[in-house]
Design a protein around this ligand. Structure first.
Ligand code: FAD
Length: 409
């Protein structure tokens, strides 16, 4: 069993192979010189200092040893799906070598999108994907440092929150007219905007950088398309990823907006599966092809993939779910809000809210929530439970804070 990508999905799949009883060899090949780890702290706790790299690990070196999983730090260059072999470079000898596989999992995640603005190379822009990215940025978030964040998606907003918590001055630019694109309903995005402004982040919507240059004082000069100029000590881009599909594409596998897989995570090539950020799979709710970049997706798909590497024929069942922590607030979205035709808002104690999304038959298809984590987390768990049960609660009851969610399932 060979796994390409020793990240979240890759690491979990290796663990699951053993859990499901596979006793033969497992090799996990990844480009990063780290044990598999969870990425959420990269834009949060590792920047604020509340988290350490060791605590992000999915497993320790001792666990890996105990599981008898061999991790190879190397770059996989090519797969031959007919001969069932792959080629990698790296490792202690930096040599090119061939590995044969019986079954293969591609869990290659994604590459950060680069900011294509004149001067970007010269001023050094930091993107956030890895432990090493966090290690580069964290020491630069000194009190008073001027931080430009480009991108008002989850990662950009989390970095802005972390930088404010470290006492930095933050300007966040979002080219669109609202934060968070279409990932959350507009009303929720407006609440998130209000939170960041209240925390002292300067947010400019409909605004993008047009040029960067080094200034004489060691800072970076930033030209903006609203005609103004800003001085930054550090520039962070949070403008998304491109799924790492190149291996699959070159091997002739079907590729769409990710590596195309069916509901068992099988690719178009026999014996090859894909999971995590890189996989484009049929959505559990409506069968439409989708990718989902989330901790929960990596976690759940890794297990389905491991089962199917062993020939069990399991199908995806988990509904999408993700969260984002910003200051002491949290955003959570479960299910696909785009499938809803009607929204019902429920105010929670402590200043949080959940928006329920219903389809035209009144069935719950998604929930999105925002507010202080202490007020949201428990209620949102119940919202997910309702969703997973396919509940059809009346809109009036959903909106009424006097009616407990627990009674609506
Ligand atoms: C900064 C950050 C914060 C996040 N916060 C949250 C959050 O709060 N909540 C949430 O739900 N989700 C969050 N996520 C999303 C979640 O962490 C990802 O969806 C998850 O890590 C995806 O796992 P993966 O295994 O698919 O990819 P990854 O974990 O990225 O692993 C892919 C690995 O494959 C390696 N690789 C790629 N190509 C090759 C090759 N050819 N040869 C060798 N190795 C290769 C890469 O180097 C990488 O190590 C966050 C992500 C980031 C980056």
């Amino acid at each position: 069993m060979v796994i390409v990508g020793a990240g979240h999905a890759g690491g979990r799949a290796a663990q699951a192979l053993r859990e499901f009883g596979w006793t033969g060899p497992v090799m996990m090949i990844g480009a990063e010189p780290h044990l598999p780890y969870e990425r959420p702290p990269v834009s949060k706790g590792l920047l604020t200092g509340e988290q350490t790299p060791e605590r992000c690990q999915l497993m320790s070196a001792v666990d890996l040893d105990r599981l008898q999983v061999s991790q190879v730090v190397a770059w996989v260059e090519r797969i031959d799906p007919v001969r069932r072999e792959l080629w990698l470079t790296g490792g202690p000898q930096q040599a090119r070598r061939r590995i044969d596989y019986e079954a293969l999992l591609l869990a290659t995640g994604g590459h950060l999108r680069r900011l294509r603005v004149p001067g970007a190379e010269a001023v050094g822009i930091i993107g956030l994907r890895t432990l090493d990215d966090a290690a580069r940025l964290a020491p630069r978030l000194q009190p008073g440092a001027r931080v430009l964040v480009v991108g008002g998606g989850f990662i950009g907003l989390e970095v802005a929150a972390s930088a404010r918590q470290r006492g930095c001055e933050v300007l966040l630019l979002e080219a669109g007219e609202r934060l968070l694109g279409r990932a959350v309903p507009a009303a929720l995005a407006a609440d998130v905007l209000a939170l960041h402004r209240a925390q002292g982040v300067e947010v400019r919507l409909g605004c993008a950088p047009t040029a960067f240059a080094l200034a004489g004082d060691g800072r970076r000069r930033v030209q903006l398309d609203d005609g103004s100029e800003w001085r930054a000590d550090v520039i962070v881009a949070g403008i998304g990823i491109e799924p790492a599909v190149e291996l699959a594409r070159e091997a002739g596998l079907a590729v769409g907006r990710g590596i195309s897989v069916d509901a068992t995570l099988a690719t178009s090539a026999p014996g090859i599966f894909a999971a995590g950020d890189v996989a484009e799979f049929p959505g559990v709710q409506d069968g439409r092809p989708m990718r989902h970049e989330s901790w929960h997706n990596a976690e759940t798909q890794a297990r389905v993939a491991a089962a199917n590497l062993l020939g069990r024929g399991e199908r995806l069942q988990a509904l999408p779910w993700f969260w984002s922590d910003q200051y002491d607030h949290q955003i959570q979205v479960a299910g696909d809000p785009a499938l809803g035709v009607r929204g019902v808002a429920r105010a929670l104690e402590g200043g949080a809210r959940i928006d329920f999304h219903l389809d035209d038959a009144g069935r719950l298809v998604a929930a999105s929530g925002f507010g202080p984590t202490s007020a949201l987390a428990r209620e949102f768990k119940l919202a997910r439970w309702l969703l997973e049960r396919g509940a059809q609660p009346g809109a009036k009851a959903l909106a009424d804070p006097g009616v407990r969610l627990r009674t609506l399932g």
